[in-house]
Design a binder for this molecule. Structure first.
Ligand code: NAP
Length: 463
C-alpha cells in the first residue's frame, strides 16, 4: 500500500516538475513555474522519506539543516552576476553525490556478498564516471569564473591526444568493472581517473565559452543523477535526472547557436587562447566622448529609441534607472523598445531577469531576430554596458574569435550612444570598432550614474 502511494507521489511530483519547466520557458510565467516545480520536488522528497528501509531520519534531518543553511547563505550572498559560478558549484555537488552513491551501493553489494544484476552494474559505473567528471570539471569551471585561477584556455602540447588516451583508459576501466564488480581496486582507479578527466576536459576551455560548459556540466549532473536512479531503483531520480540532462543539453545548444559555435568547437577549440592574440590586433581609432546633456538633446528630437542592455547594466545595477529613462522617454511620445540578445550578460535570460525585476513591461522586450530589421529605421540606439553582442566585427572579421556570432545591428541606427566606463573590451577580449563609427557617441561612466544624469538633463530641458 505504502509502496503504491510512493509511486503515485513520484508520478505527481514528476508531472509537476514538467509543468513547472514548461512555465519557466517565458518570463511571464517563470515565477509560477518555479513554485510549481518546487512543490513537485517537495512531493518527491516527502514520498522518498516513506521508502521502506532507506530512511535514517536523524541523518536526513542533519542533511536538511546543513543543506538549507548553506543554501540560504549562498542565495543571500551571491550577486546576480556570480550566478554562473554558483550553478557550477551546485552541478559539481550533484555529480559528487552521484559518485558517492554509486560507490556506496557497490560496497554494500560487496559486503552482502551479492552482485549487482542487469543494468545496475552499468548504472554504477556510469554514475561514478559521469559524476566524477562533473564534480571536478565543475570545480574548475567555478575556479575560473571566480578568478581563483586563470580564466583563459590552458593549452599544452598533445593535449587532445593525451585526453583521448585517458578517455580510452577510463572506458576500459568501466568495462572491466561491469564484467567484474568485485574488482574494487579497478573501481577506485576508475573514480580517480574520472576525477582527473574532469579537470583535463575543462582546463582547455576559457573565455566566453565557460557558461556553455557550465550548461553542459549541468546536463551531465542530470545524467549522473539518472544513473543513480537506476542504481537505487528510484524512478523519481531517473525522471528528475533525465529532465535535467535533457534541458541542460537543449540550453547548451541554444547558447552555442547564439554564439554561432559548434559544441565541438567550444569543447576543443581553446577559445580563450585565440582571444589573447586577437585583442592586440583589434581595430584602433578615435572614439568621441559626449555628455548626458548631449544625449538629452538628441533624445528630445527622437521618435524611436532602442535600448540594448548588456553585462555592464548588470554590474551597475542600472535596471531601475533604465526603466525610469524608458518611462520618461515614453511620456514624451517616444517609442521605446529593449533589444535582448540571447547571450547578453553572463547567463541565459540575464537581461530578462533584471528588466523583469525593474517591472519593464514584457511587450517592450524584443528578441534579436525580431528587432534587428528595426535598427535602420530607429533614431537612437542606446547601448548600455553591452559590448560583444553589438560588435560589428562578428559580421566581417574572419580572424576574430567572435566571427559569426549573431549580433544586434545597432550600428545601423541613425545615432548610437554607448555608455560604458572605458575603452576596455568585453568578455571575449576583443576591441569593438562600433565605438569609432561616425554615428557613435560614447558617454563614459558607470551605467546607472549616466542614465540618471540623462534623465535629469531631459527634465531640465523640458522645464
Ligand atoms: P560584454 O561584452 O562582457 O561587455 C560588457 C561591457 O560592460 C564591458 O565592455 C564593460 O566596459 C561594460 N561595463 C562593465 N561594468 C560597467 C558599469 N558599471 N557601467 C557601465 N559599463 C560597464 O557584455 P555583453 O555585450 O553583454 O556580452 C556578453 C558576453 O558574455 C558575450 O561575449 C557572450 O558570448 C558571453 N557569454 C554570455 C553568456 C550568457 O548566457 N549570457 C553565456 C556565454 C557567454 P567598461 O569596463 O569599459 O565599463
Amino acid at each position: 500500500m505504502i509502496d503504491q502511494l510512493i509511486q503515485y507521489a513520484y508520478l505527481i511530483g514528476a508531472v509537476l516538475l514538467i509543468l513547472g519547466m514548461r512555465d519557466l520557458g517565458s518570463p511571464k510565467t517563470a515565477v509560477r513555474g518555479n513554485i510549481i516545480a518546487s512543490v513537485g520536488m517537495l512531493v518527491l522528497v516527502v514520498g522518498t522519506l516513506f521508502l521502506h528501509g532507506v530512511v535514517d531520519f536523524p541523518v536526513i534531518l542533519a542533511g536538511v539543516v546543513v543543506g538549507s543553511a548553506v543554501g540560504v547563505f549562498l542565495a543571500q550572498r551571491i550577486e546576480m552576476t556570480a550566478m554562473p559560478q554558483m550553478v557550477a558549484l551546485l552541478n559539481g555537488f550533484g555529480g559528487g553525490a552521484s559518485t558517492l552513491v554509486a560507490s556506496a551501493e557497490l560496497l554494500s553489494y560487496e559486503r552482502a556478498g551479492t552482485l549487482p544484476e542487469g543494468i545496475v552494474s552499468y548504472a554504477i559505473v556510469a554514475g561514478a564516471l559521469i559524476g566524477g567528471v562533473t564534480f571536478t570539471g565543475s570545480l574548475i569551471a567555478f575556479a575560473k569564473l571566480q578568478e581563483l585561477m586563470k580564466g583563459a584556455a590552458i593549452a599544452y602540447p598533445l593535449q587532445k591526444t593525451s585526453n583521448a588516451l585517458i578517455g580510452l583508459v577510463v572506458l576500459g576501466l568501466c568495462a572491466a568493472v561491469v564484467i567484474d564488480p568485485h574488482a574494487l581496486l579497478l573501481y577506485a582507479v576508475l573514480v580517480a581517473a574520472s576525477l582527473i578527466l574532469g579537470v583535463l576536459l575543462v582546463i582547455p576551455i576559457g573565455g566566453a565559452d565557460m557558461p556553455v560548459v557550465i550548461s553542459l556540466l549541468n546536463s551531465y549532473s542530470g545524467l549522473a543523477a539518472c544513473a543513480t536512479g537506476f542504481v537505487l531503483g528510484n524512478s523519481a531520480l531517473v525522471i528528475g535526472g533525465s529532465l535535467v540532462g535533457a534541458s541542460g543539453l537543449i540550453l547548451t545548444k541554444i547558447m552555442c547557436d547564439a554564439m554561432n559555435r559548434s559544441l565541438t568547437n567550444v569543447l576543443f577549440g581553446a577559445f580563450g587562447a585565440v582571444t589573447e592574440s586577437a585583442t592586440a590586433a583589434g581595430p584602433q581609432g578615435t572614439a568621441k566622448g559626449y555628455t548626458p546633456e548631449d544625449a538629452a538633446v538628441i533624445f528630445g528630437n527622437a521618435r524611436s529609441v532602442i535600448i540594448v542592455p548588456g553585462y555592464g547594466m548588470a554590474v551597475a545595477q542600472a535596471q531601475h534607472a533604465v526603466r525610469e529613462l524608458a518611462d520618461t522617454l515614453g511620456a514624451s511620445g517616444i517609442q521605446v523598445k529593449f533589444a535582448i540578445h540571447p547571450v547578453a550578460g553572463r547567463m541565459p535570460g540575464h537581461m530578462n531577469v533584471l528588466l523583469a525585476e525593474a517591472d519593464v513591461p514584457y511587450d517592450q522586450l524584443v528578441e534579436m531576430d525580431e528587432i534587428n530589421p528595426e535598427f535602420p529605421e530607429t533614431d537612437v540606439a542606446l547601448v548600455l554596458g553591452a559590448n560583444d553582442v553589438v560588435n560589428p566585427m562578428a559580421r566581417t572579421e574572419k580572424s576574430s574569435p567572435i566571427y559569426g556570432m549573431p549580433i544586434l545591428d545597432v550600428d545601423r541606427a541613425t545615432h548610437v550612444f554607448v555608455i560604458k566606463r572605458s575603452m576596455n573590451p568585453g568578455f571575449a577580449g576583443v576591441q569593438n570598432p562600433l565605438f569609432f563609427n561616425d554615428n557613435t557617441m560614447m558617454i563614459f561612466g558607470d551605467a546607472k550614474k549616466v542614465v540618471l544624469q540623462i534623465i535629469e538633463a531631459i527634465r531640465d530641458l523640458e522645464s
